[in-house]
Design a protein around this ligand. Structure first.
Ligand SMILES: NC(=O)c1ccc[n+]([C@@H]2O[C@H](COP(=O)([O-])OP(=O)(O)OC[C@H]3O[C@@H](n4cnc5c(N)ncnc54)[C@H](O)[C@@H]3O)[C@@H](O)[C@H]2O)c1
Length: 427
């Protein structure tokens, strides 16, 4: 395979993860440059990947003014920047790996799809779960056809308490107005993409959704709770959402909580007293969790496909055990499992006995890293695709991603307008 070279646009948490593929497979992938307005992060990229000065850009406009100097761009900027930072790249001749979610605006989504096609560029969206061996094995089983006709897909995404608080209550995805994505888009565009992928070419026709915020809200704020856990809260010791317990005692999600400390990489914010002071003063993760913001904390979605397949997704925010469950029912068998168990069960109907056999499929592949082993497999597949290799089963085309995103947009429209939404409304 030809070695692929790429610029990282946005050397934050996600950009750093994908870049790591260059360290694992230097013969296949190389980081050739970086666009990053944060000088500490840009310097880190420069050192780690031995980048030339002229290929490091603090100002994105300087990068756009440069001629194309490598094969691809990995765009790992935050949600609201995805479309506007990607559109010029096709004209410049770059293939693009773009972080999800693309956008919550259907017209922007279609503009991006059109631009990639017009310029004949690869545009892959980071649907990393398709690459997790757990889901890939399930996909291959369905493709094999032995379980018969697919009838229903049930998925759930139970967002753990620490993750919910660090990302969607106090964190940078905590407000749709500020970040550009609602909870379903930010957290579950993966799950709806998986549903569309597993449904194997069937097109979703109708979607319906309910969702609300009923846990993390002012009305539930206990008597004695203050504005910050470590300053004016009288019930901190009894609070399940205490910032002290999460971030000082248990070091949860440090890459989110200690990011954006001026002039420091999050890995350098280790001192207990420094962390405490930050939580007491400026750090948003030190604030009370009982706040009214514009995100739901749980939501359910029901989908009907043109082939008759139905699917449901339940997203719950604030679960004690985080994880994703799946149960697929087909005419001759079924698949059921919990991603984080690293195994699933296949039941095959036995007509002679009017019963079934049960097989446990263990995931033996390396699933280290985030997204059950999906992240670096996705980076590898992108490099292979840019190098001209045959796309893998997991590979997302922008057309697939548009359908998955429209499903989220349709579900959100349904929730807000309390009606069943036909996806053709957005086509
Ligand atoms: N695929 C997944 O499963 C997954 C998981 C988590 C997050 N995400 C998505 O990944 C994206 C990045 O998230 P993150 O946590 O890495 O964010 P981050 O804030 O850590 O990183 C974004 C970086 O982009 C930089 N930046 C800002 N404007 C820029 C510009 N114009 N050009 C270049 N860089 C710019 C910022 O300085 C920052 O370093 C988000 O859209 C997020 O929703 C995807």
């Amino acid at each position: 395979m030809k070695k692929v070279t790429a610029v990282i646009m946005g050397f934050g948490d996600r950009g750093q993860i994908y870049a790591e593929y260059a360290l694992r497979a230097p013969d296949k992938f190389e980081i050739a440059g970086c666009v990053e307005p944060d000088p500490v992060r840009l310097e880190k990229a420069k050192k780690l990947y031995n980048l030339k000065d002229e290929n490091c850009f603090l100002r994105p406009e300087d990068f756009y003014a440069r001629e194309k100097f490598c094969d691809a761009v990995i765009n790992a900027t935050m949600d609201s920047l995805h479309v506007k930072t990607t559109l010029p790249l096709f004209k410049m001749g770059y293939d693009v790996l773009l972080e999800k979610p693309v956008t919550s605006d259907p017209s922007e989504l279609k503009a991006l799809q059109k631009a990639a096609k017009e310029h004949k560029r690869v545009l892959m969206i980071c649907h990393v779960l398709r690459y997790a061996p757990f889901y890939l094995k399930i996909k291959n089983l369905l493709l094999g056809g032995e379980l018969g006709k697919l009838e229903h897909i049930y998925c759930s995404e139970n967002v753990g308490i620490a993750h919910m608080l660090s990302s969607y209550v106090r964190g940078k995805w905590g407000s749709e107005a500020e970040c550009g994505s609602g909870m379903l888009m930010a957290k579950c565009c993966h799950d709806l993409d998986l549903i569309v992928w597993l449904a194997g070419g069937a097109e979703p026709d109708d979607v319906f959704s309910f969702g609300t915020r009923s846990v993390f809200c002012e009305e539930n704020k206990p008597k004695g709770a203050g504005s910050r856990c470590l300053t004016d809260c009288k019930i901190e010791k009894d609070c399940p959402y205490s910032a002290k317990k999460l971030y000082l005692d248990n070091n949860e999600f440090p890459f989110l909580v200690w990011a954006n400390v001026p002039n420091k990489d999050w890995t350098q914010v280790n001192d207990y007293e420094e962390r405490k002071k930050l939580l007491e003063t400026v750090n948003p993760h030190g604030k009370c969790a009982y706040v009214n913001r514009d995100l739901v904390d749980h939501q359910s979605v029901l989908v009907r496909f043109n082939s008759g397949i139905t699917a449901t997704l339940d997203m719950t925010g604030g679960a004690s055990r985080a994880g994703r469950r799946i149960h697929i029912v087909c005419s001759r068998g079924e698949i059921e499992g919990f991603l984080e168990d690293n195994e699933f069960t296949v039941r095959r109907y036995n007509a002679e006995r009017a019963s079934y056999t049960s097989e446990t499929v263990r995931i033996t592949e390396d699933v280290s890293g985030a997204h059950s082993g999906g992240d670096l497999r996705l980076a590898a597949d992108f490099a292979a695709r840019v190098a001209g290799e045959t796309p893998s089963v997991s590979c997302t085309s922008i057309d697939d991603s548009v359908i998955g995103h429209l499903l989220v947009i349709g579900a959100e429209t349904s929730r807000k307008e309390r009606r069943t939404v036909r996806l053709s409304e957005f086509l």
